[in-house]
Design a protein around this ligand. Structure first.
Ligand code: FA5
Length: 350
């Protein structure tokens, strides 16, 4: 092939490929391939020296023409890229090009769910008070959820909890008390434990009842522990958690694993204890003015004995409160179902 023909071919392929460049980055690759130190144009120029003397003049002319043509075309293409507004078309053409050095695009960071935030907040308070934090199993056996807590099979108190069972007779825990036996077993008092976990109940849901709820259990066993220790410790935590002197009511209750048993109720944050909102019954507290927060009491002697602890020597208290309800009171949330609604307008407020 003659020198001039080669030059013509290089020009043709160069202009062709130049038209295919998509941006200044691909243009840089083109420049290197044709005009770079070992590019096609440079290589062609070097061949002139090997040509017979009579052909060199026409070869030189061809090379000059080629150089001018490529330089002009390159200049025009560069101008086009600088003038090109960023359009969807040019962006889609860019899609195959990945610029490692480009700064990352902005995106909105998420954050922890309010229940998780408040669980960590509560855990920190308890750790400062000297408790150790444990996590409950979400699926457990009948023994830990019921039997070890003084509720043998057929015990009527089991009806307090509408329960989900698996086909192999495991239970989705109804309360974090399911961990009490494991924590007491083989331990030498003092025992100071906090148990956090998700619990499940077959509930008809309403403003204060969910099928999935979060409980925080407290368990404290030592020599000489009495009911006022329970009340004082729990009140101290509540004040710290809500950052105010929270209004609380205590009333008797029954749970087979405590004796005596009590309940803690908090002033409803929606109706401020009046039971009414704009002349209607307050749906958050059912019109009572109080929201039941926790079951509690002195650990039953049978529960201590089942775990190998001498009830003559040791006593203790336990509580189990609904974290979701406590967060409702702290922030004035009127319906527990917001937490699992997946509604970002709610979640983003925390
Ligand atoms: C219990 O679960 C006992 N294990 C508590 C306990 C522990 C008693 C240790 C004695 C000693 P209860 O079913 O009442 O008790 O639930 C405790 C708290 O969990 C309630 O006061 C409430 O705050 C919360 N809770 C219970 N059911 C639901 C529900 N369906 N939705 C939201 N919160 C609930």
């Amino acid at each position: 092939m003659t020198f001039t023909k080669t030059a013509t071919q290089i020009k043709k392929s160069a202009l062709n490929e130049l038209a295919k460049t998509r941006d200044i980055n691909t243009l840089a690759f083109w420049r290197k391939e044709y005009l770079g130190k070992v590019g096609k144009f440079t290589k062609l120029t070097r061949q002139i020296a090997q040509l017979p003397a009579k052909e060199r003049a026409s070869a030189g002319k061809a090379v000059n023409e080629l150089k001018q043509a490529l330089a002009k075309a390159l200049q025009e293409r560069e101008k086009q890229f600088h003038e090109l507004p960023p359009s969807p078309v040019s962006r889609s053409q860019l899609s195959t090009f990945f610029d490692l050095t480009a700064p990352g695009a902005d995106f909105q960071l998420g954050h922890l769910h309010p229940i998780t935030q408040m669980r960590q907040y509560a855990e920190d308070i308890f750790v400062r008070m000297g408790f150790e934090v444990f996590e409950a199993r979400e699926v457990d056996d009948d023994y830990h959820n019921f039997e070890s807590l003084n509720m043998p099979p057929q015990h009527p108190a089991r009806d307090l909890w509408d329960t989900f069972w698996t086909e192999d007779e495991l239970v989705l825990i109804t309360h974090t008390s399911s961990m009490q036996h494991r924590i007491l077993l083989g331990q030498k008092p003092p025992i100071r434990a906090i148990i956090v976990g998700r619990c499940f109940r077959h509930e008809a849901t309403d403003a204060s009842h969910e099928h999935t709820l979060n409980q925080i259990e407290g368990l404290y066993v030592d020599k000489g522990i009495k009911l006022p220790d329970l009340i004082g410790t729990f009140k101290k935590f509540l004040d710290e958690f809500s950052q105010r002197d929270i209004k609380m009511k205590i009333q008797p209750s029954h749970f087979p694993f405590v004796e005596p048993g009590i309940e803690f109720l908090l002033d409803c944050a929606i109706c401020f204890g009046t039971g009414e909102v704009e002349g209607e019954r307050c749906s958050t507290c059912g019109g009572s003015g109080w929201l039941e927060l926790a079951g509690a009491g002195m650990v039953h002697p049978s529960v201590l004995a089942e775990a190998g602890l001498d009830p003559q020597k040791y006593s203790g208290f336990a509580w189990g409160f609904g974290l979701d309800r406590l967060v409702m009171v702290k922030y004035g949330i009127e319906n527990i179902r917001h937490f699992y609604s997946g509604d970002l307008r709610f979640i983003r407020q925390f």
